[in-house]
Design a binder for this molecule. Structure first.
Ligand SMILES: Nc1ncnc2c1ncn2[C@@H]1O[C@H](COP(=O)(O)OP(=O)(O)O)[C@@H](O)[C@H]1O
Ligand SMILES: [Mg+2]
Length: 433
């Protein structure tokens, strides 16, 4: 069937659309709000002055669309989109004066965003490079969990422990039968060989790299129908270090001893494993996310994933200890009655960006949207809820877009999730698209 000429996109417009800078999900991107403009005539020009402006996200464009190849100079003045670096906590002691880039760089801030598309910690950067005499000099009490800094950096899989020694005096990981005070685990995700062939392989002591996790009854930060979630102190194996005796804080999600709960946790772990890495990263600038009228920050959508571990003995046995999902701690559930319009738009955009990346969360409740003081690029003492950061959690029921074939069911479910999220966030339908 031949297309009618009238349906073809004029080449100049197509060029402009292709030229637009975009996020990994394909949303038009601009470095500052000044890089966005409304392509629709103002109300005064259309004789409806005085009425509230009515336009949709398709009426808003970014300046990158305006610049053709002849304007390369002007377009290159807009800094590139780059991942923002969370405040650094992890360090690697220097081995003999290597002049490789420092692990633990502080984010250069928005005045310096033309410094290239670097991300927080890439495998290449994780060469031994950091030297500070005071590293790990004091003995920390691992059960003083609140004293440790949150782990917010990306940790390449080859730096995660292959095995985990879980110190659990309150029997938080118990299945039907009570567990020992120390339980041994092995890593399932990321798969053990997933870092093979990378350049900077960490040193190993013995055959496996062993990490330590410490849980207590008092450190529970949440519970759901299927699980309990604890703030836990986490000691990563060498060569990773911190100023707090090598300890960082993460959250550990464990399933209650029911078949369905264990299956949900397995599924959630596989979902985190399949998320593209950009979903857990914050980027500079703003994006036009379809169905949100205004540009929104390109914040991280989901927590960082630090591995899924199953017991060495009795994995899969409901009577035995629960598997453990380790995640970045991302705050507490939102209260939609206290959210500003901007925050609602940002939370809504996280779900829309998740959908654009091919996933539905399938559990759109306010307790599954977290808020924490931000921005994460600055020291925790300087963060504030005036500049909040949001994340979506709980992927035990998540659904992935089918790769081929009829996607009607997926699209219907997506529409239904969009309506659920609007309801949860108390967003009037007309106000977004
Ligand atoms: N990454 C996280 N950071 C901080 N708190 C979390 C995190 N994940 C879960 N929680 C807390 O634990 C609660 C239950 O977690 P969730 O993953 O929703 O479990 P369930 O699948 O049982 O509903 C959440 O509502 C939240 O309060
Ligand atoms: Mg939940």
């Amino acid at each position: 069937m031949s297309r009618k000429p009238g349906n073809r996109c004029p080449p100049r417009i197509l060029d402009a659309i292709l030229r637009t800078k975009r996020t990994a999900e394909g949303c038009a991107w601009g470095h500052t709000l000044d890089n966005f403009f409304c392509a629709k005539p103002p109300a005064s020009a259309s004789g409806t002055a005085g009425k509230e402006e009515e336009y949709s996200w398709t009426d808003v464009w970014t300046t990158s669309v305006l610049h053709g190849p002849a304007d390369e100079g002007s377009i290159s003045r807009e800094p590139a989109m780059r991942a923002r670096k969370p405040w650094p906590v992890l360090k690697i002691p220097r081995r003999g004066g290597d002049s490789v880039p420092a692990l633990g760089d502080v984010d250069p801030g928005s005045d310096h965003e033309n410094d290239g598309p670097d991300s927080a910690l890439s495998t290449g950067e994780l060469a031994p490079c950091y030297e500070r005499g005071e590293l790990a000099t004091r003995d920390a009490d691992p059960f003083q969990i609140d004293t440790f800094p949150k782990l917010e950096e990306f940790v390449p899989p080859e730096y995660l422990p292959d095995a985990l020694c879980v110190h659990d005096p309150d029997h938080r990981v118990s299945g039907i039968e009570p567990t020992e005070d120390i339980v041994y685990y092995r890593r399932v995700f990321p798969a053990q060989n997933s870092g093979a062939g990378e350049t900077a392989t960490p040193e190993r002591s013995g055959s496996r790299r062993v990490g330590h996790l410490y849980l207590t009854r008092q450190s529970r930060v949440g519970c759901g129908h299927h699980s309990n979630v604890y703030r836990a102190s986490f000691r990563l194996p060498a060569p990773l270090e911190t100023d707090s005796g090598g300890f960082v804080a993460v959250v550990a999600k464990v399933a209650v001893p029911r078949r369905e709960a264990r299956e949900h946790l397995d599924h959630e772990a596989a979902t985190y494993q399949s998320f593209p890495s950009h979903l857990a990263q914050e980027f500079c600038g703003y994006a036009l996310v379809p169905n949100v009228k205004y540009p929104v920050p390109v914040s991280a959508v989901v927590p960082k994933f630090f591995g899924y571990y199953v017991p060495e003995h009795g994995a899969g046995d409901i009577a035995g200890p629960s598997p453990i999902l380790l995640l970045e701690e991302c705050g507490s559930p939102v209260d939609p009655t206290n959210l500003s319009q901007d925050s609602k738009a940002e939370c809504f955009s996280l779900f829309l960006r998740l959908h654009l990346s091919g996933f539905l969360q399938k559990s759109a409740f306010k307790k599954n949207i977290l808020v924490q003081p931000g921005p994460l690029t600055v020291h925790p003492s300087q963060r504030s809820l005036e500049t909040p950061g949001f994340r979506i959690i709980d992927f035990g029921r998540a659904v992935r877009r089918p790769p081929v074939g009829n996607q009607k069911d997926w699209l219907d479910e997506k529409e239904s999730e969009v309506r659920d999220v609007q309801k949860v966030l108390r967003i009037p339908r007309y106000s977004m698209s």
